[in-house]
Design a protein around this ligand. Structure first.
Ligand code: URA
Length: 361
């Protein structure tokens, strides 16, 4: 397992001992410093380690400062982090068994410093017990979500409609079979299309009903370009096209290099008039954000404006990355999950969307 580790000046020496311990246990330490013993600010190093854990660079983290308290306070500000201050064997075990702590904090100027390597060994070896503790972890996560308020960000829309949430719950379950999975993705895509098109301008037209003349409303101007990121975006895009038959469909082929997790483009075919259409870019998973950023680059090169990204499940780090690269886009998701694992999969997520859609695993 990869363990990201950082400290402040007070934890400098103990961090070195813990790095040796990590190696002796057969794990790999990702050392985030500091690399000199002069005075530093612990939140800077808490942030580095916390980022590693939420973006999947490391599975777990270790933070050392004078008491471990400042580090745990700082790390716990990062969504998806559960940093526990560990000071004896019981807290090392229970912070894993009950709290699924993903960062262990320890105080170099406390009595527990002497036993910190043993505490680390126990902490790394102890598994989460699941069951009722999972429910409690979810409650911590939803506290973080409500306080952070993705919905407060004008261009991030978490679509919480009960129908979508119900279908998402089925989608996540590993027992859900390919056929049912595909149907659910299509249904969720249609429901999300409803949200995405909420603010489309309408124009009035004269029509004849069987009874009399009247006025009706139709969507104004050129309609949409629905662009699927291959291959997982295909099912969503085709489903949206069924309810928006005036739309034109585009395809962008990108795959994630399994080693670097960076996107590699292998195909692009967009509507000729992409620049005149509102573009809805679909991919069921917004994970690292790298693929979606690259797809938006491709769309903007083709003149697209007002891009709306529609994903079903997202990770905070991915949303951040997309908005940093393209602050003008709007993002619609059904869920903002906890974090990425070290393979770049969303946790808890739903697994590999492409494989589950097409039964390729
Ligand atoms: N792509 C997937 O299919 N699933 C993830 O969790 C992340 C990326």
């Amino acid at each position: 397992m990869k363990i990201s580790i950082g400290s402040d000046h007070a934890g400098f020496e103990l961090r070195k001992k813990l790095i040796d311990k990590i190696a002796s246990l057969g794990h790999e330490a990702v050392d985030r410093g500091p690399f000199a013993s002069s005075s530093v600010d612990y939140p800077d190093f808490a942030a580095l380690v916390a980022e590693d854990v939420v973006n999947g660079t490391a599975e777990r983290g270790v933070l050392v400062c004078g008491t471990g308290i400042g580090m745990s306070m700082a790390a716990n500000k990062v969504r998806g982090i559960r940093a526990a201050l560990v000071y004896d064997t019981e807290t090392a075990k229970l912070s894993r068994q009950h709290n699924d702590a993903n960062i262990m904090c320890v105080g170099a100027r406390t009595p527990s410093a002497a036993i910190a390597p043993q505490l680390l060994e126990t902490w790394l070896a102890t598994e989460f017990e699941e069951g009722r503790h999972r429910r409690r972890i979810h409650k911590i996560d939803s506290l973080a979500a409500s306080m952070e308020g993705w919905e407060g960000m004008p261009n991030v829309h978490v679509v919480k409609h009960p129908l979508i949430q119900h279908k998402l719950c089925l989608l996540r379950q590993k027992e859900t079979e390919t056929r049912h999975f595909r149907d659910l993705v299509s249904e969720i895509a249609k429901l999300m299309a409803y949200e995405v098109t909420r603010d489309v301008p309408l124009s009035e037209v004269d029509i004849e009903t069987p009874i009399c003349s009247t006025k009706g409303k139709v969507m104004a101007g050129k309609h949409f370009g629905i662009v699927a990121i291959l291959r997982a975006g295909l099912a969503m895009a085709e489903s949206m096209l069924e309810i928006m038959p005036g739309a034109r469909m585009g395809h962008i082929g990108l795959y994630r290099d399994p080693q670097t997790l960076t996107p590699v483009q292998y195909y692009s075919k967009l509507p000729k008039d992409t620049a005149e259409r509102s573009v809805i870019l679909v991919d069921p998973m917004l994970a690292t954000g790298g693929t979606i950023v690259k797809a938006i680059d491709v769309l903007k090169e083709a003149g697209a404006k007002g891009v709306k990204v529609v994903s079903i499940v997202s990770a905070p780090v991915g949303i951040k990355k997309v908005l940093e690269a393209h602050p003008d886009v709007e993002i619609f998701v059904a869920a903002v999950d906890e974090r990425l694992n070290d393979h770049g999969y969303i946790v808890p997520g739903l697994g590999d969307a492409g494989d589950r859609l097409y039964g390729t695993k």
